[in-house]
Design a protein around this ligand. Structure first.
Ligand SMILES: *Cc1c(COP(=O)(O)O)cnc(C)c1O
Length: 357
């Protein structure tokens, strides 16, 4: 809980666009809320953030991020709690990861205060855009990119930090059918896989498109050396329930340190479930699906929370994972997390950043 009030300059939109939003049919990312935070890093320092109407902006065709890829983002969520207050989920943790990503990309760090207070002001201003239906949320997209116009390959001198928000519906996806990737990599150890930088997505599109053409929904990414150990699923972390234990690949520089991953591992321990963070091989999952010791497989991320996996094709065989029932770990942990966010269960880890409205 915090009682700080912010004084950030605000230029209000002349006429809200909220009437254009079909709140009963929110496609992910289709609608962007009325306002955005913008801050400039120039002459070696950050200039105070301000809030502007969301809209197009001028940029040079020589803008460095377009050519050399200095672009980093975050993805987090806010919700209305059952008592009507607004909850931003774990913004400090997202801020810390943002700075780690920025560091890897030679981009300037941003203070926790600037990040959270500008976000808070933005959310208070656009709170009418936060959807209220069950499972819906306000998706928050902070990002930074090189803004300097210049063609030489160099670390930029001028960056923009922006936050935009989008009302999103509850995530509903059919359980995934996965391809084990053994040709392409999302990243390699020592690369940028742990950073939430734009290029990681750009590089993943092509192998994902091939997998889709082959009839899969997502890729199960494996290590770059041997394609033997599992890294992630699509753009999510991956978890398995094996002999009743929650097993997930141990973090490396090739794996994104998911906030949802951390949240679920923490809740699992609270629920008395044994957690193992270690290498997980394709061979182990193949054997475990055949002998029934692997009972659940799912992706974890802010957008979906948990995304069930139904089929993994390994060495030409479709291996089936049983459908997650109401007693499954993934549905129990999802409910527990939701109860904490809504204020139904105590927030004993201090994850909720509450704005009293
Ligand atoms: C964002 C992201 C995740 C999930 O992280 P969360 O903080 O849980 O949303 C996992 N893997 C990749 C590659 C990502 O970009």
């Amino acid at each position: 809980m915090t009682t700080l009030t912010t004084s950030i300059p605000v230029q209000r939109i002349a006429k809200s666009r909220i009437k254009e939003v079909d709140f009963n049919n929110l496609e992910f990312g289709k609608y962007i809320a009325d306002h955005m935070v913008v801050a400039d890093f120039k002459d070696g320092k950050w200039h105070e953030p301000a809030i502007f109407p969301y809209g197009d902006m001028l940029m040079s065709p020589a803008m460095l991020s377009l050519h050399y890829g200095q672009a980093v983002f975050e993805g987090m969520k806010a919700f209305f709690m059952n008592d009507g207050n607004i909850n931003i989920f774990r913004p400090q943790k997202h801020h810390a990861r943002f700075n780690r990503s920025l560091d890897r990309m030679c981009m300037p760090q941003i203070s926790e205060e600037a990040f959270i207070q500008s976000l808070r002001a933005l959310i208070e201003l656009d709170k009418d855009w936060i959807p209220t239906s069950e499972g819906s949320s306000f998706y928050i997209r902070p990002f930074m990119f090189a803004y300097e116009a210049r063609l030489g390959v160099k670390v930029a001198d001028h960056f923009k930090f922006i936050i935009i928000n989008s009302p999103v519906a509850a995530y509903q996806a059919k359980p995934y059918r996965l391809k084990v990737e053994d040709t392409y990599v999302r990243t390699a150890e020592g690369g940028t896989g742990f950073a939430k930088c734009a290029g990681n997505y750009g590089g993943a599109f092509y192998p994902t498109q091939i997998a889709r053409e082959e009839g899969f929904d997502q890729i199960l990414w494996t290590d770059h050396k041997e394609h033997k150990y599992i890294d992630e699923v699509g753009m999510m972390n991956v978890m398995f329930v094996i002999n009743g234990k929650l097993v997930t690949p141990k973090l490396t520089t090739a794996i994104l340190d998911g906030i949802t991953r951390d949240t679920i591992l923490t809740l699992a321990k609270d629920m008395g479930v044994t957690v193992e963070e270690r290498k997980v091989s394709i061979d182990e999952i193949e054997a475990g699906l055949k002998d029934g010791s692997v009972t659940e497989a799912f992706g974890t991320g802010t957008a979906a929370v948990v995304a069930p996996i139904a089929v993994i094709k390994i060495k030409g065989n479709d291996l089936i994972i049983p459908e997650a029932g109401p007693d499954s770990f993934q549905l129990r942990v999802k409910k527990k997390l939701n109860d904490i966010r809504m204020g139904v269960e105590p927030d004993k880890h201090g994850w909720n950043y509450i704005i009293h409205v």
